[in-house]
Design a protein around this ligand. Structure first.
Ligand code: IPM
Ligand code: MG
Length: 360
């Protein structure tokens, strides 16, 4: 049976990078993968066309899809929208929430060819392979009440609620422990249990779960220390599990260890294995439309899609190897180029990956 993939290019560089990922999906199709692709609107693109960041049509198509490939959302054009519920980002957050995509996997893997591109010394980052497991449908991003209000004296205040239900912590904890079992068997849970009650509960539940996974070594770290350790000695980490906001921040930091945030894919999964796949980077409006964007994070997101939602492990590996091949050839988009490498455009990079894929 043919599997349905919904592509949501979104804003900024979104359309350029998803176009390259579609080339790779087409190459997979030529190699025998039975998929049906359709396109939809989300974010600013959807606001311009329909007035809302997540039109019903997009949400229905997303629910019916086996997997979703998303480019990026947001940009200065929509930044003036004061009502946060109408901003492009709400399209992305709405998809995550409505599809219950609670588990966000963000691997920070250093391709050996890119050790020089990292801002850290090669010996600090070479061999780096971290998996950040970020809770994606709860925490302060979604907690109620929230808002901006006015006091009687006319001054305003803003507030959000950092809340986690026990079952939400348990669910993401299990995902992380199971991933750790398949990797280096080390799990670091990141919290702020010296200050925030919600993360005291988080820590308690992680300790509780650890009894079911005696082969995994669990440790705990406060988020400020984790941010420091990630740049001091990042190879101490195998799997990191953390809440929505800390995960947002730490995954950007971890991404930079690998040379460029333009290299990092992500998967957001629900309990049924349905997933949304997107690069960790944003819409980069400053470089949109210039052929400067790195499509590799999106192409690697396709590999994650094949692995986690479509169980096409060989094709997933073949894509990852093809990415390694083009880096071996010395091809680099602007973000990862340095002396001695050959700078190529977004679409040249996509074409090179397809050529390498077809050769494998
Ligand atoms: C991410 C992004 C999003 C987030 C934004 C665009 C809402 O930064 O996926 O990391 O904060 O989750
Ligand atoms: Mg982010």
């Amino acid at each position: 049976m043919s599997r349905k993939i919904l592509v949501l290019p979104g804003d900024g560089i979104g359309p350029e990078i998803t176009a390259e990922a579609i080339k790779v999906l087409d190459a997979c199709r030529a190699a025998g993968l039975d998929i049906e692709l359709s396109e939809g609107k989300v974010g600013g693109d959807a606001i311009d066309a329909t007035g809302v960041p997540l039109p019903d049509e997009t949400l229905e198509a997303a629910k019916a899809a086996d997997a979703i490939l998303l480019g990026a959302v947001g940009g200065p054009k929509w930044d003036k929208l004061e009502d946060i519920s109408k901003r492009p980002e709400k399209g992305l957050l709405g998809l995550r929430k409505h599809l219950n995509l609670y588990a966000n996997l963000r691997p920070a893997l250093l391709y050996p060819q890119l050790a020089e591109a990292s801002s850290l010394k090669p010996e600090i980052v070479s061999g780096l392979d971290i998996m950040i497991v970020r809770e994606l449908t709860g925490g302060i991003y979604f907690g109620q009440p929230r808002g901006i209000e006015q006091r009687d004296d006319g001054t305003r205040y803003g507030y959000n609620t950092y809340v986690y239900d026990e079952h939400e912590i348990r669910r993401i904890g299990r995902t992380a422990f199971e991933l750790a079992q398949k990797r280096g068997k080390k799990l670091c849970s990141v919290d702020k249990a010296n200050v925030l009650e919600v993360t005291i509960l988080w820590r308690e539940i992680m300790n509780d779960l650890a009894r079911d996974y005696p082969d995994v070594e669990l440790s705990h770290m406060y988020v400020d220390n984790a941010a420091m350790q990630l740049v001091r000695a990042p190879k101490q980490f195998d799997v990191i599990v953390t809440g929505n906001m800390f995960g947002d921040i730490l995954s950007d930091e971890a991404a930079m260890l690998t040379g460029s945030i333009g290299m990092l894919p992500s998967a957001s999964l629900n309990e049924q294995g349905q997933g949304m796949y997107e690069p960790c980077h944003g819409s980069a409006p400053d470089i949109a439309g210039q052929g400067l964007a790195n499509p590799l994070a999106t192409i690697l997101s396709v590999a994650m899609m094949l692995r986690y939602s479509l169980a096409e492990f060989e094709l997933a590996e073949r894509i990852e190897q093809a990415v390694g091949d083009v880096l071996d050839q010395g091809l680099r988009t602007a973000d990862i180029a340095y002396a001695g490498t050959q700078q190529v455009s977004t679409s040249e990079m996509g074409d090179a990956v397809v050529a390498a894929f077809n050769k494998r």
